[in-house]
Ligand binder design. Structure first.
Ligand code: 5GP
Length: 116
């Protein structure tokens, strides 16, 4: 067994972080290093998919649930408009290999339009 991901440790309460939304399959937290006025992470509870390509192939319905929760959260935390970013691979900036979506919203400036 590999080490649990940082997100699994947050879900299990081992690492403190406010869970701002939860469904039977997903949870959401605030990014610890926000790159936009609203910067949330929507994360499947399962750690079985490393990145969005694995998730799309293995469980497209769960990917659709991520999009739906991102939309709900963007409406709750901002004006409803949002960027959805899935870094895929270390060379693209992925650091946690437990698939997650960055939801960025709220007065996006040029810097946050290029971040994630
Ligand atoms: P990635 O770089 O894999 O696309 O995204 C991982 C994200 O997780 C980063 O934006 C990073 O700031 C965030 N992150 C890493 N560790 C923690 C943590 O312990 N708590 C929270 N809330 N976010 C974290």
């Amino acid at each position: 067994m590999s080490e649990p991901s940082i997100f699994t440790r947050i879900l299990d309460g081992e690492i403190p972080s406010d869970i701002i939304a939860e469904t039977p399959t997903l949870f959401a937290i605030r990014d610890i290093a926000p790159k936009a006025p609203v910067h949330l992470l929507v994360i499947p509870k399962t750690a079985q998919y490393r990145d969005v390509t694995e998730l799309a192939a293995g469980d497209p319905g769960l990917l659709a649930e991520i999009v739906e929760l991102a939309n709900t959260l963007a409406a709750e935390h901002s004006d409803g408009d949002f960027r959805l970013v899935f870094n895929t691979g270390a060379n693209a900036g992925q650091t946690v290999f437990h698939v997650h979506a960055h939801v960025m919203a709220g007065g996006l400036d040029e810097k946050s339009m290029n971040a994630g």
